[in-house]
Design a protein around this ligand. Structure first.
Ligand code: C5P
Length: 232
């Protein structure tokens, strides 16, 4: 599994996204397309960025009954993305359905990862709103084990959890970690952060970086710094 920096393209329109990617000239960073951009522009934005030669993580976090998720994943698979995701809380049958829908006739498929507990959920909200009373770290590990049991490739998790996920699910189980900040940068609304170098040491396979690159005065330089610190 190749280590890489994924840029979160959290832009509201195609124009803004392509103007941002144009700055990279010959380089083709791995990009994340989330709900905002996908719902604004539809599948055509995925096709256009793919045609420009970028790898794509389509971050739509599916969660529905197994049959619906399976059918939706079949459609996403046809968009030829490299990675996509769902919520582990949809249960093992939903994750198995997703994997089935995502797998193309020739046996190939995008990398499929699961969101465990969102980093916006803490122990208190999990207990109060979801009536889950186990320690949140245990819940995250249990959801990661479920994702592995369902045959998925990995999870989205905090960089602080990546090492433990590898211990529990194996070193080949992919960890994709947001919440990355430069040592001298703004933390913004992320609560638990790590530098790219720390994320590397702890064993993250992919880091997802948004504002430290997209809001930088020189996004290309910020991306290159991120790659240097994370990949070496
Ligand atoms: O700008 P920033 O680096 O905080 O962007 C992080 C990206 O990772 C955003 O697209 C955010 O939605 C996503 N993400 C996250 N925490 C999660 C899951 C996804 O920050 N638990």
């Amino acid at each position: 599994m190749g280590k890489d920096v994924i840029i979160a393209c959290d832009f509201p329109s195609k124009e803004k996204t392509l103007a941002f990617l144009d700055k990279f000239e010959g380089k083709k960073p791995f990009v994340k397309i989330g709900m905002e951009l996908f719902y604004a522009e539809g599948p055509s934005i995925v096709k256009e960025i793919k045609a420009r030669g970028h790898k794509i993580f389509l971050d739509l976090k599916l969660h529905d009954i197994p049959n619906t998720v399976k059918s939706a994943m079949k459609v996403l698979s046809g968009l030829d993305v490299d990675m996509t995701n769902l919520h582990a809380s949809g249960t093992i049958p939903m994750m198995q359905g997703a994997l089935d829908g995502l797998t193309r006739e020739d046996g190939t498929r995008p990398i499929l990862i699961a969101v465990t507990q969102l980093t916006s959920t803490d122990q208190e909200t999990m207990e109060r709103d979801l009536l889950i009373h186990e320690p949140i770290a245990e819940v995250v590990m249990h959801y990661a084990s479920n994702a592995k049991a369902a045959g998925l490739d990995g999870v989205v998790c905090s960089p602080l959890e990546a090492g433990k996920v590898h211990e529990r699910c194996g070193k080949d189980f992919v960890t994709v970690t947001p919440g990355v900040r430069f040592a001298d940068g703004d933390v913004g609304d992320q609560k638990r952060v790590m530098t790219p170098a720390e994320a590397n040491r702890i064993g993250s396979d992919y880091i997802v970086v948004g504002r430290p690159i997209t809001a930088a005065a020189d996004p290309v330089a910020a991306y290159e710094r991120c790659c240097r610190e994370f990949i070496g």
